[in-house]
Design a protein around this ligand. Structure first.
Ligand code: IPT
Length: 972
């Protein structure tokens, strides 16, 4: 047999060939650099075996044929009309046969012609070609000379290009395979998107230029002194003018007084490293990371992570994100009180870390490593435990550490995500410990914490976090390991899953982090929805998710789980998170005083100014600055509030803390924290009935109660004043949320399934009796779902009240066997004319809120259109409910409706029915109908975070029980 083709080197599990050893990354140097980003020539082939072999790499190759077109670099070719992106969460999209990948292996050939600048000196030093990210495997030639190969999509690779280059025009050729042995190591929950997706740069390395440099720092919080040692090859001098440092590399320099770097006070000292051939800029941040008494400390203080997991994503460009987008992310994080990022699940573009240094964010830098798909094979053959992968794993973790080691923001190295257990995890940890003992090591998959420095988990329930806080977790079999793990700090590397409406239960987690020193906070899963724009046949845009690109295997909308919508608009979940993690706790201290607690770990509150506002029945009556004395980290002050005049109305204090001056990340006046509490509560005074009896007109078949007109036959409200009203009935259904549908990861109840099985979405209303009873009109019904004997005996009692109103009392009494059912909602729904398109209310807002997602909303008077009341979740679901509303008015061109609580209600208004909302798969499926549907709720069920995590906590569940509630309706 003569073998004439054998697939390929891209299936070799070992690291690529020909690369230079990894080193610290910087683009701040006086050595010449040439970005090779731009329009490249590109050809896509369906398999790795491309006809013509490597011919395309030859300088003389003709790339003008019709197979070739232009493609921007950096980019993913699947976002430029060559194939499609594909989303899978856990399983591999190809057969698991490591290290082999399918023959069907989209392969991109790239060619780029560039002129070497005239002053580029090829005769001295070296010229290096660097790729910052190529997904997933590449082979590189310059002018037909092979430089090497690389795997490891999100770590850089450098090749020496000097001898292959020539003055004038040069041709760079790159072959990229979508699938390679490395794909087995890159099974992250994200879109599969191949291509050269980060910068390509040519670097001149003059003789005597810096090969590698390592900035070692420390800070002694007791003395205020710092140390600095910069190791470099070759040696040179380190100059930090501001500190008077001008010292040889390799020497330990003590600085008696230095300002430390923290995420709250990101003090950097500018300087440079000078060798005979190069001058590299340095940004030095002095800090010491440690574990002391079982907690993670920086500069001697326990820190608390208020974090997010950030994937790199932009809806137009995928993981090829611009520096503007990186900055936008950092600004959004800072403006929402976020202080930490886990770079899930790979090292980000290196510039992002420069921004974290500069703006102040704690970083867990994560290795580009996940093998989650092996879980369903019981981790058999898993690279973490298979010797053949050891070198590849050491290679990629090394490329991360070497690249990022000079960032003060990086305080923790993470070995990867969801890659099971195994000794290769230990090899990576050992290597890091030897190379960089100044930082901590994280890996959630090391369940026994054999190799890591902290106990990390994901999606743990509140109850378990509480136990962990007390160091009362279930023991490990091995007593030694158990002792070690129990003494460790605890973090949630992922928690509160921001999928769809929610996540609920955030405030309850935060309380645990603040209660137990061991619990050092967590990282929300995740920062942004990963969706691409698509257009319907009639030209309307929507956000596409898994399955929208004809993927054979996909995980649907599980990729739509961010605190930001795909266009980076903050979701209600982010507004909630901002409030839950705010760095100042402002609460009522009693006796007309407000308590102000500085919840920061390092900084004072000197950058903030405080104001107060007093509102009466939602209208501002007083306000002004509030003088707050200096308050150090973790200290409290109490401040008197101005004197109050008494009134019969509800009065509310709102105290806000805003930036006093413009900062790098926010303008003066930006709200950082706030507190709101009652000044005087309004006693609830029931309205006096008018004592006007209902008027019965049997001939016309109607009954009139004050402004309300009813049908005798159906008992239904048909008119309110001049306003036609449609189908006011008890309503217990909501379009299920991702969290209602959840419990995939936790054992527990998936309420959406229980509700559907119980037909709660198909409630029928039977009228038992329509009666006039003194001054009231009474309609007795039984609201019940098909197929079962359970129902709610529902009585509507209507009474005319003063000022042309009608009081509706609803009593719902469970009938039949409800078990321990929870209801989606309990209230009434009514159809109104579409002209009622403006809503104002006095209650919490301006955004939506549910019982367990209501921390971020404030009591006030708000106005929004019906359209703007909707939260446009990418996957349509229940949304837009406003909580604890005192009154709401729907108005339009002609006539309107006012609803008054007796005392409180929740409401939602939308131009489609709940049934349409339930059926929709994309926002474009929601088409306004001929009614505005108003839900007036006594209560709604909580939200929870069961799409991946814990369900609704018992105190936020709406249990079936006998219930009475009332509202007053008035035509306006
Ligand atoms: C966890 C993953 O680490 C993360 O990448 C993401 O997939 C998240 O879940 C859900 O969106 S793993 C899960 C089994 C808890």
């Amino acid at each position: 047999m003569e073998v004439i083709y054998c697939p390929g080197e891209h299936e070799d599990p070992r690291p690529g060939r020909g690369a230079l050893p990894p080193r610290a990354w910087t683009d701040r140097t006086d050595a010449k650099q040439l970005r090779l980003n731009g329009d490249w020539r590109f050809r896509l082939s369906p398999t790795a075996a491309v006809p013509g072999g490597d011919d395309f790499a030859k300088a003389a190759f003709d790339d003008d044929s019709e197979q070739w077109s232009n493609l921007p670099v950096p980019s993913h070719w699947v976002l430029h009309g060559h194939g499609k992106p594909a989303y899978v969460n856990i399983p591999y999209p190809f057969p698991v046969d490591p290290p082999f990948v399918p023959t069907e292996n989209p392969t991109g050939d790239y060619r780029y012609t560039f002129d070497l600048p005239k002053d580029w000196d090829l005769n001295s030093g070296k010229t290096i070609l660097r790729f910052d990210g190529v997904d997933s495997w590449c082979k590189v030639w310059v002018n037909g000379t092979l430089l090497g190969t690389s795997s490891g999509s999100r770590v850089p690779v450098e090749f020496v290009a000097s001898t292959a280059l020539r003055a004038g025009a040069n041709i760079l050729a790159v072959r990229v395979h979508q699938w390679s042995a490395g794909s087995y190591l890159e099974d992250q929950d994200q879109w599969w998107m191949p291509g050269i997706f980060r910068d390509v740069t040519l670097l001149h390395r003059p003789d005597g230029s810096v090969g590698d440099h390592f900035v070692h720092v420390s800070y002694d919080h007791e003395t205020g002194a710092g140390t600095l040692k910069v190791d470099a090859t070759p040696s040179g001098r380190v100059v930090i003018p501001e500190l008077g440092i001008d010292a040889p590399t390799g020497t330990l320099v003590s600085v008696p007084h230095v300002k430390p770097w923290t995420a709250e006070t990101p003090r950097l000292y500018a300087g440079h490293l000078v060798t005979t051939g190069e001058r590299v800029s340095l940004s030095v941040g002095f800090r010491t990371v440690a574990i002391e008494d079982g907690v993670i400390t920086v500069n001697g203080k326990r820190i608390l992570f208020r974090g997010v997991n950030r994937h790199e994503f932009h809806p137009d460009t995928g993981r090829a994100v611009t520096r503007e987008t990186m900055l936008q992310d950092v600004l959004l994080m800072k403006r929402h009180n976020i202080n930490a990022v886990r770079t899930s699940h790979y090292p980000p573009h290196p510039h992002f870390l420069d921004l974290c240094d500069e703006y102040g964010l704690w970083v867990i830098d994560e290795n580009d490593y996940e093998t989650h798909g092996f879980e369903q094979l019981n981790w058999q053959g898993n690279p973490s435990s298979t010797a053949v992968w050891k070198d590849a794993l050491l290679d990629r973790v090394g490329r991360m550490v070497e690249r990022d080691k000079n960032h003060p923001s990086v305080i923790i190295w993470s070995l990867g995500n969801e890659a099971g257990p195994g000794e290769n995890i230990g090899h990576m940890a050992d290597w890091i410990r030897r190379r960089d003992p100044s930082r901590l090591i994280h890996y959630e998959g090391d369940k026994t914490c054999k190799y890591v420095d902290m106990y990390s988990r994901m999606y743990v329930t509140h109850a378990e976090v509480d136990a962990l806080g007390r160091r009362q977790e279930d023991p490990l079999d091995d007593p030694e390991l158990d002792k070690k793990r129990r003494a460790m700090p605890f973090i949630l590397c992922e928690y509160i899953h921001a999928m769809g409406n929610g996540p609920g239960g955030q405030a309850e987690y935060q309380r645990l982090f603040e209660k137990y020193p061991r619990c050092q906070g967590g990282f929300v899963w995740e920062w942004i929805d990963h969706c691409f724009k698509k257009t319907t046949a009639d030209g309307r845009e929507y956000w596409a998710y898994g399955g929208d690109f004809d993927e054979e295997i996909h995980d649907g909308n599980f990729i739509v789980d961010g605190l930001l919508f795909p266009d980076r608009t903050p979701s209600p979940g982010l507004i909630e998170y901002k409030k839950v993690i705010e760095p100042v706790a402002i609460t009522y201290a009693g006796n007309g005083q407000v308590s102000i607690y500085n919840n920061r770990d390092f900084a004072s509150l000197d950058d903030l100014i405080f104001t107060y506002k007093l509102e009466r029945a939602g209208r501002g009556i007083a306000g002004g600055p509030l003088a707050v004395p200096a308050v150090g980290p973790r200290q409290t002050v109490t401040v008197p509030l101005p004197a109050l005049s008494t009134t019969k109305d509800e009065q509310v204090w709102t105290i806000t803390a805003v930036l006093a001056e413009d900062t790098k990340w926010g303008s003066a006046g930006h709200e950082v924290a706030w507190g709101q509490f009652a000044a005087t509560e309004a006693p609830h005074r029931p309205l006096a009935p008018t004592l006007i009896a209902p008027v019965v007109d049997k001939a016309a078949g109607v009954v009139t109660v004050g402004p309300a007109e009813f049908s005798i036959a159906s008992g239904q409200l048909i008119k309110l004043g001049q306003l036609p009203v449609h189908g006011l009935n008890l309503d217990i259904w909501r379009a299920t949320t991702d969290n209602d549908r959840g419990q995939e990861y936790f054992e527990g109840t998936c309420w959406a399934d229980v509700w559907k099985e119980a037909n709660l979405d198909k409630v029928k209303h039977r009228v038992n009796r329509v009666a006039v009873d003194g001054n009231t009109f009474v309609v007795e019904t039984r609201a019940a779902a098909g197929s079962y004997n359970r129902g709610l005996l529902t009585t509507y009692t209507w009474t005319a009240v003063e000022d042309n109103g009608v009081h509706l009392g609803v009593k719902a009494v469970p009938d039949g066997d409800w078990g321990d059912m929870v209801l989606p909602r309990l209230g009434v729904r009514v159809g109104l004319p579409t002209s009622l398109d403006q809503v104002s209310w006095y209650g919490y807002g301006p955004g939506e809120a549910y019982p367990d997602t209501r921390t971020g909303v404030k009591l006030g008077v708000y106005n929004l259109s019906v359209d703007d009341l909707q939260t446009p979740y990418v996957f349509p679901q229940e949304n837009g409910s406003r909580i604890d509303v005192r009154w709401a008015e729907l108005a339009g061109l002609s006539g309107g409706l006012r609803v008054e609580g007796a005392p409180l209600f929740s409401f939602a208004a939308r131009r489609w029915t709940t049934e349409q909302l339930q059926a929709a798969r994309h926002t474009t499926d929601l088409v306004p109908g001929n009614q505005v549907w108003l839900n007036i709720d006594y209560a709604v069920n909580g939200i929870g975070t069961a799409s991946c995590g814990e369900g609704v906590l018992p105190e936020h569940q709406l249990r079936v029980a006998e219930t009475e509630f009332s509202v007053i309706l008035r035509p306006t």
